[in-house]
Design a protein. Structure first.
Length: 276
């Protein structure tokens, strides 16, 4: 039996999108990423997306008048204690911790700059079970106007580190020991496979992008794809807009705005000296 993927405190663990027309969103993402959608919650209002039976994301309905958006959840040992720490650190708890059936306990928070994120204390739903594969979640990145102030807020909550990994990696967020956790559970070959990567890369749980003051702080979701251009063309065919394309030493990316306005990135991994 394959061991389930689990997430230590401070590791980004789940993503979902809230959409004004969730049925249309299900059709779009199922076609783009090959997802199978299965209803959960009252009357199947929250659809769990899977690839080959493994959870990858979810699609739900946006509140009346709310725009389409992608949300990122951070695993916590205790949602109540972490929500209290959010308030103490200058953040806002928009929705207090509440049980989501047997799935887990969640809270919606906003950091001091306005970026919303969610806390997830896992119950039966442990978090995303397939990552870094075509059609699955790659990373979530915090887009914020002030790197140091943002880290001063998030680090006490989640134990993050943000060292300079070099090699054009930018500001990467780490949970110390996460690589060891993966090696001991679902990814025993992680260190051998990432031998070409900067030291400490196995501990990375996301990134931090500094934005201009006129831009909106948010958590941004990236999905792995086999071919950026093919995925971008498919997204356009399905009614999305390609906002931009970019390339760096590690990836070929496209920023996509889905038909209802939620933005995400598709990323083709192109490492300089390895294959994953």
């Amino acid at each position: 039996m394959v061991e389930a993927r689990t997430y230590p405190h401070g590791v980004t663990s789940w993503i979902d999108t809230e959409q004004p027309d969730p049925e249309a969103a299900r059709a779009f993402y199922a076609e783009l990423f090959g997802w199978t959608l299965t209803g959960a919650g009252p009357a199947g209002s929250y659809a769990i997306a899977t690839l080959d039976g493994e959870d990858v994301a979810a699609i739900g309905a946006a509140s009346a008048g709310s725009p389409a958006r992608w949300n990122t959840y951070v695993a916590v040992d205790g949602a109540d204690a972490t929500a209290a720490a959010v308030r103490a650190g200058g953040g806002t708890v928009l929705a207090p911790p509440a049980d989501i059936g047997r799935a887990g306990r969640a809270a919606t928070c906003r950091d001091p700059f306005g970026a919303e994120f969610r806390l997830w204390q896992a119950g039966d739903r442990l978090g995303v079970q397939r990552t870094n594969a075509p059609g699955a979640w790659n990373f979530s990145d915090l887009h914020t106007p002030d790197r140091d102030a943002a880290l001063a807020f998030y680090t006490p909550l989640f134990g993050w580190r943000a060292p300079d990994l070099g090699h054009g990696a930018g500001t990467m967020l780490q949970v110390p020991g996460y690589g060891d956790h993966l090696a001991a559970t679902v990814d025993p070959d992680i260190y051998e496979r990432q031998a070409f990567a900067p030291p400490g890369f196995a501990d990375v749980i996301g990134g931090l992008v500094v934005i201009d003051s006129g831009q909106t702080p948010h958590w941004h979701v990236t999905f792995t794809v086999a071919d950026r251009d093919d995925s971008a063309a498919a997204a356009e065919r399905l009614g999305a807009t390609i906002v931009s394309r970019s390339e760096n030493q590690w990836t070929r990316d496209a920023l996509v705005r889905d038909p209802q306005g939620a933005e995400f990135t598709v990323s083709q991994f192109t490492p300089p000296g390895g294959d994953g």
